[in-house]
Write a protein that binds this ligand. Structure first.
Ligand SMILES: [Zn+2]
Length: 124
């Protein structure tokens, strides 16, 4: 029993479950679309040229199995580095776009979006 408490205190896995920063959680789906729009109004799927969609966050109820799509964009922790010595993985938060026609997924690190949002908010 003492081993278990010692293990959880020093576990390198602890960081994986850390919450995403509030400034990332505050980005709306509309702002994300606006971000892509100002980069390239013709932005589309790189595979089939169909429109891209913002993946929405899903609220999942483990007890009932019910899924509810939320208005905010989904954020996923994308693994960037693995440390075999400790078993830890460094992840960076990403927004995800998808193509409804061919299923292609794209991951975008959140920092450029947050930086754009800050400068955009200051202008308005
Ligand atoms: Zn496509």
């Amino acid at each position: 029993m003492t081993d278990a408490s010692k293990q959880s205190k020093d576990s390198p896995q602890k960081k994986v479950g850390q919450a995403f920063p509030q400034e990332v959680l505050d980005v709306t789906g509309g702002e994300l679309l606006e971000f892509f729009e100002q980069l390239d109004p013709e932005a589309c799927c790189p595979v089939c040229k169909h429109d891209i969609s913002i993946m929405a966050a899903i609220k999942y109820d483990e007890e009932t199995g019910q899924k509810e799509f939320l208005e905010q964009p989904a954020i996923v922790g994308m693994p960037l580095h693995e440390y075999p010595e400790t078993g830890a993985t460094y992840k960076t938060p990403c927004f995800v776009t998808s193509c409804q026609k061919c299923g292609h997924l794209n991951y975008f690190m959140v920092n450029p979006v947050v930086k754009w949002k800050k400068s955009h908010d200051n202008k308005g």
